[in-house]
Design a protein around this ligand. Sequence first.
Ligand SMILES: [Zn+2]
Length: 117
Amino acid sequence: MHEASIVRSLYEAAEAARTQHGLDSVELVKIQVGTLQHVVDEVMHTYFSFEAEQWPAFAGARLVIERLPARLLCLDCGHETELDDPVFACDACDSRNTRLLSGMELDLVSMNGTAPD
Ligand SMILES: [Zn+2]
């Protein structure tokens, strides 16, 4: 399943960040996911809890998913369109000569945890 490998790389990135920031344990992991990413939040949460067993510092950690809108830049008129559905056309001039500005993000944003005394 798609989400399983995403969650695994998320843990790898989060573990690297945890080590870098010298956190003993992590309570909260926040990520931003573009609306065009085909991931199901519910499935992400399930895999996040499941995979936590492999990462002792993340026992009981909570995953927060923030969704980012998809934005399209029209290369003909310069207008920026926010996509509600996957129709890649400019709102202003109907051109399909566009570039995707956002919507495919899947980034680790922040983590809360406890540092050693
Ligand atoms: Zn346009």
